[in-house]
Design a protein around this ligand. Structure first.
Ligand SMILES: Cc1cc2nc3c(=O)[nH]c(=O)nc-3n(C[C@H](O)[C@H](O)[C@H](O)COP(=O)(O)OP(=O)(O)OC[C@H]3O[C@@H](n4cnc5c(N)ncnc54)[C@H](O)[C@@H]3O)c2cc1C
Length: 447
């Protein structure tokens, strides 16, 4: 189904010296379908390939933590590109003229696909300003967003049958692993890229945020995934919700930066299962993992693709805003300022632990993300302000922040993709969570 991932805008200017792959959302060498397409075209036209990455220091909400992870991924790609003889360039804050220089000398421009507002604007700008044929290859979802559904979905229950009916058709794409060998090879010096990334991090992003232990890049991402399959996958279905067990994969930052793709992860999962003698012992975990990695993650992309207000309280479903409004003046048990939250100084040790985890590691277990968000709602005097705080903290500290899953996860706390529950103070009919639930269900004191 490779061809269903491709969108092409034919233009008239066919002069040029190379095929340009403007890499943005898929910073990886393997299972990069845009790169595979670009190499095939370069070979067919008997031209070299140029890969370009543009780094913008004003990318919304990005900070040193994110740029560090991104640069590690770029360096990993640069090493692989050097071996294959691709010319790889990174441009920091290129002017319009500089970017036009790259585009104007290309015969063909190949892109990967991003879903955020800014990424869609980049494409629109390029379509408007360039006379070259542009091909976009969508390879960070199993099922292309518009194939899965042509509208914004209500919930996983409405989206699941739609996306899963295409599963068997698109799973065949896991066979596209590596690009062909490039015929017209050109070398480049890795040292230049190394210096540039160091300069970039020094000059633009000196602000203090605790350094996190997780390092970026496709190689480390795939190592982490294989380690997960070997050590945690069998019990994933049971363990993933218990914060004290750390039973999930930790792959989300790599997915966010396009350093791994869901196709690559599924392929490794099937290879792993093929080698196991007790395959049926993995069956339940396999189903739960596909539910998260495909249904829930691609539902999040459906949300940001079809909802122009995906990062705004006003973009939440009407029933959520109505019920929260109705309870807007209810007395809150505690009220905290943003700086108290950010300093993890509340009365609740579980919440403080979650906030500290977020600050020091750049991540948090799924159950604690839900609890963390619900408590921000409960301890802030207005829901619009609670929404802003949650998104701010989410996108500042999480390595996987600023993702389709960020906007959907935060929205979920306010009722998005959920259903009404019993009515209660502050939350109205939006689902509520409390520490007793954590204690009842999990070994939360071990967290
Ligand atoms: C308030 C809140 C904020 C969140 N913010 C983010 C965020 O900024 N970035 C982010 O990637 N996720 C976010 N999530 C979703 C989810 O918590 C994380 O994707 C998950 O915890 C990542 O850990 P993992 O990679 O170990 O997941 P695993 O359990 O190993 O799952 C594998 C992959 O499946 C997908 N996935 C898992 N759970 C969910 C889910 N509930 N919804 C959608 N996709 C899922 C992710 O891509 C994940 O990497 C948020 C959830 C909530 C409730």
């Amino acid at each position: 189904m490779f061809e269903q991932r491709i969108q092409k805008w034919e233009k008239t200017d066919e002069e040029g010296r190379y095929v340009l792959y403007k890499m943005q959302a898929s910073v990886r060498f393997e299972h990069n379908l845009a790169l595979i397409y670009a190499v095939e075209e370069a070979n067919r036209l008997n031209l070299p390939l140029r890969v370009l990455y543009t780094l913008y220091t004003d990318f919304p909400d990005a900070n040193k933590r994110h740029f560090q992870f991104l640069c590690e991924g770029l360096m990993d790609f640069a090493c692989k590109a050097a071996k294959e003889g691709y010319e790889f360039r990174i441009e920091v804050n290129p002017s319009e003229a500089r970017l036009a220089h790259y585009l104007n000398h290309a015969v063909l421009i190949v892109l990967d696909k991003g879903y955020l507002r800014i990424e869609r604007k980049w494409l629109d700008d390029m379509l408007y300003s360039s006379n070259k044929t542009i091909v976009q290859v969508e390879d960070n979802l199993l099922v292309p967003v518009q194939t899965a559904s042509d509208k914004m979905e209500w919930a996983a229950r409405t989206f699941r049958p739609k996306v899963m009916q295409h599963f068997d058709d698109f799973i065949g794409d896991i066979q596209y692993i590596r690009p062909d060998e490039l015929v017209n090879k050109i070398g480049f010096t890795l040292g230049k890229i190394d210096d540039l990334l160091e300069y970039f991090l020094e000059k633009y992003h000196g602000e203090e945020l605790p350094a996190v232990a997780i390092r970026g890049g496709e190689t480390l991402g795939m190592e982490r995934w294989k380690e997960f399959l070997a050590t945690k996958f069998k019990t994933y279905a049971e363990d993933r919700n218990d914060p004290s067990l750390h039973g999930s994969s930790g792959i989300s930052p790599y997915l966010h930066f396009g350093q791994v793709s869901p196709l690559q992860l599924l392929k490794e999962m099937y290879v792993f299962l093929y080698e196991q003698e007790d395959k049926e012992a993995y069956e339940h975990s396999k189903e739960v993992l596909i539910e998260q990695l495909i249904v829930r993650r691609e539902l999040a992309h459906n949300f940001i693709w079809y909802n122009p207000l995906y990062d705004n309280y006003e973009g939440l479903p009407a029933w959520c805003k109505d019920t929260l409004d109705k309870h807007g003046r209810d007395e809150r048990p505690y009220i905290y300022e943003l700086n108290q939250l950010e300093a993890a100084e509340t009365h609740d040790p579980y919440w403080n632990r979650a906030m500290q985890e977020m600050i020091t590691t750049g991540t948090m277990e799924n159950t604690m993300r839900m609890y963390w968000g619900k408590k921000i709602m409960e301890w802030t005097s207005g829901m619009q302000e609670a929404y802003r705080r949650m998104l701010y903290l989410n996108n500042k500290y999480f390595l996987d922040g600023r993702d389709a899953n960020s906007y959907t996860g935060v929205g979920w706390c306010f009722g998005l993709h959920d259903r009404p529950w019993g009515e209660r103070a502050v939350f109205g009919t939006v689902r509520y969570m409390n520490a007793d639930g954590l204690k009842r269900k999990y070994e939360i004191d071990a967290y």
